[in-house]
Design a protein around this ligand. Structure first.
Ligand SMILES: NC(=O)c1ccc[n+]([C@@H]2O[C@H](COP(=O)([O-])OP(=O)(O)OC[C@H]3O[C@@H](n4cnc5c(N)ncnc54)[C@H](O)[C@@H]3O)[C@@H](O)[C@H]2O)c1
Length: 450
C-alpha cells in the first residue's frame, strides 16, 4: 500500500444512526457460512441488492431451495421471503457486474502449526483480481491476524495494478456476532470500521450504516486487533475459570459453589464458568495473535489450560469411578457451545479420544442440536443417542455441554427417577445437575444399610 495515502487512525466513536447507503446499493458477500449468510440476508432485508458467492455446491443448493444450511434464528424466514441469488466464484461477476461493495467472509482456520491458514482468503483475492474495477470497495470481515487486510490489498495490486486507497477502497470491518444471535447482534453491536484512508473509511462506514449502531472508526490493523482482543479476552477468561477448577480440585473443593459465591453481589469482574473452550473462533483467534512472536506468553498458558480440560475430565472420572474399562459412558453434548448445531473445533471429540483410551464397553453420544448422526472429525459418523436411552444403565456420565435441552438431565441422574446405573459417576462441567459438584456419584450404593 502506498504510505502517501495512509492517514493517521482516527479512533473515533461515531454515535447513533448515520445516513444509510442509497437503496439498490449493490453488495457481494463472499463465503456464505455462519457469518456470511446471515449478513447477506440482513443486507437484503435492508433493501440492498445482494448477491452471494459460495463455492460449496450443497450450500448453494440449500439456498436455492430457500432452506438454511444450518440453524440461525430468524434466517429461515428471511430466506423464505426473499430468495438470494448465489454464484460459485467471484470471477463470475465479470463484465462490469461486480457490485460496488464486496464483503469477504470466508473461513480463516488455524493450521496445525501456530499459523493462520489463508488458503480461502488467497483464493478469493486472486479471483477478485480478475474482476476488480476502479472505485469499488473491498471489505474484509473474516477474523484475521494483524496486517492481513494489507496483504489482501497487495495481492489485488499484484493482480490488477490498482492501488488501495487510490484506485479502489479497502476496509476491515470484523464480524463480532455469536452464532445463534446473528440477526439481533448485527442490529445492536457497535460496528468496527478499519481503514487507512478517509475515502475507504467513508465508503465502508456508509455500507454498515444500514445497521442502527455506533461505529468505531480506526485503522486496518486497529480493526484487526480490536476483534482479536475481544475473542482472546473470552478465551483467557474461560481458561482462568478452568484453572480455578483445577486449583479447587487440588484442595478437594468443588469449583461451582466457590465461583458462585465469589461472584455473589461482587461488583467487579465476574468469574466465568469452567467448561470446554475452543470452537471455530476462540482457539484459533489466540493462534492469530500468537503467530507474531516467539516467546511464551499468558495466551499460550490459557491455551494449555483449556486444551488440558478433556484430559482432566476423563482422568478424574476414571479415578472416581474406579476405572472405566468395560463400562458404559454417556457423553452429553458434542457441539462447541451451548445450543449450537456447529461441531467445528469442539473439545468433545478430544474427550472421546481420552475416554476410548480407557477401553470402555460403550460410549453413547447425545447431541440434540444435530438432527441426524454425529459427524466424526476424520470422516464417518457415530450414533446420536436419545437422552434417556443413553443414560439408562450408564456407569459414567459426562455433561460436556450445558445445552438448554439438557434441563431434564438432573431428573434422570439424581433422585428417585434416576435411570443411570447404581454407583454411576458424573462429571458435570457446567453444574447442569445443580449439585454444585464437578464430579459426583449419582446413585451412591449404601453399604450395610437396612
Ligand atoms: N462463526 C462465528 O460465530 C464467527 C463469528 C465472528 C467471526 N467469525 C469469523 O468469520 C469468518 C467466517 O466464519 P464462518 O464461521 O462463517 O466460516 P464458515 O466456514 O462457516 O464459512 C465460510 C464459507 O466460505 C466459503 N468459501 C471458502 N472459500 C470460498 C471461495 N473462494 N469462494 C466462495 N466461497 C468460499 C466456504 O465454503 C464456507 O461456506 C472466519 O474468519 C471466522 O473466524 C466467525
Amino acid at each position: 500500500m502506498s504510505t502517501a495515502q495512509k492517514s493517521p487512525p482516527p479512533y473515533l466513536i461515531v454515535r447513533g444512526s448515520l445516513p444509510p447507503p442509497p437503496p439498490e446499493t449493490s453488495v457481494a458477500v463472499v463465503g456464505l457460512g455462519r457469518v456470511g449468510l446471515p449478513l447477506a440476508l440482513a443486507f437484503a432485508a435492508k433493501g440492498l441488492r445482494v448477491i452471494g458467492v459460495e463455492r460449496d455446491a450443497r450450500t448453494r443448493a440449500a439456498i436455492a431451495e430457500q432452506r438454511m444450511p444450518f440453524h440461525e434464528p430468524g434466517c429461515d424466514e428471511l430466506l423464505r421471503t426473499r430468495p438470494l441469488e448465489v454464484v460459485a466464484d467471484v470471477s463470475e461477476l465479470s463484465d462490469g457486474s461486480l457490485p460496488e461493495y464486496v464483503v469477504i467472509t470466508v473461513g480463516t482456520p488455524l493450521q496445525a502449526h501456530i499459523e493462520v491458514d489463508l488458503t480461502q482468503l488467497a483464493a478469493v483475492t486472486r479471483s477478485l483480481g480478475k474482476v476488480l474495477r476502479k472505485g469499488q470497495t473491498i471489505v474484509l470481515r473474516s477474523t484475521v491476524a494483524a496486517r492481513t487486510t494489507e496483504y489482501v490489498g497487495r495481492v489485488l495490486t499484484r493482480e490488477t495494478g490498482l492501488m488501495p486507497g487510490e484506485d479502489f477502497h479497502l476496509a476491515f470491518c470484523p464480524e463480532r456476532i455469536v452464532e445463534g444471535k446473528a440477526l439481533v447482534e448485527l442490529e445492536t453491536l457497535p460496528q468496527v470500521v478499519g481503514a487507512d484512508d478517509e475515502a475507504s473509511r467513508a465508503r465502508a462506514s456508509a455500507l454498515f450504516s444500514v445497521f442502527p449502531v455506533d461505529q468505531l472508526h480506526t485503522s486496518l490493523v486497529g480493526g484487526e486487533l480490536i476483534k482479536l482482543f475481544n475473542n482472546v479476552t473470552r478465551y483467557v477468561s474461560f481458561a482462568l475459570a478452568n484453572q480455578f477448577a483445577l486449583i479447587a480440585d487440588q484442595f478437594g473443593e468443588s469449583v461451582h459453589p466457590l465461583i458462585a459465591m465469589a461472584n455473589h453481589d461482587y461488583p467487579r469482574d465476574p468469574i466465568a464458568r469452567p467448561g470446554f473452550a475452543a470452537g471455530a473462533c476462540l482457539r484459533k483467534d489466540f493462534g492469530m495473535v500468537s503467530e507474531n512472536h516467539s516467546t511464551t506468553d499468558m495466551l499460550v498458558a490459557a491455551w494449555r489450560v483449556n486444551e488440558y480440560m478433556p484430559n482432566f475430565v476423563a482422568r478424574k472420572l476414571a479415578e472416581h469411578a474406579g476405572g472405566l474399562h468395560q463400562k458404559t459412558i454417556a457423553v452429553l453434548g458434542y457441539t462447541f457451545k451451548r445450543d449450537t448445531d456447529d461441531p467445528r473445533d469442539a473439545l468433545t471429540p478430544k474427550l472421546l479420544r481420552y475416554l476410548e483410551r480407557e477401553v470402555p464397553r460403550e460410549v453413547r453420544i447425545v447431541e440434540p442440536n444435530l438432527g441426524g448422526e454425529i459427524p466424526l472429525e476424520h470422516g464417518g459418523t457415530a450414533r446420536n443417542w436419545e437422552l434417556t436411552a443413553a443414560l439408562r444403565g450408564a456407569d459414567a456420565v459426562v455433561l460436556a455441554m450445558n445445552h438448554s435441552r439438557f434441563a431434564d438431565v438432573r431428573r434422570f441422574v439424581v433422585g428417585p427417577d434416576a435411570i443411570v446405573a447404581p454407583g454411576a459417576w458424573v462429571a458435570d462441567l457446567w453444574n447442569v445437575c445443580n449439585t454444585g459438584e464437578l464430579f459426583f456419584c449419582a446413585r451412591p450404593q449404601v453399604v450395610g444399610g437396612p
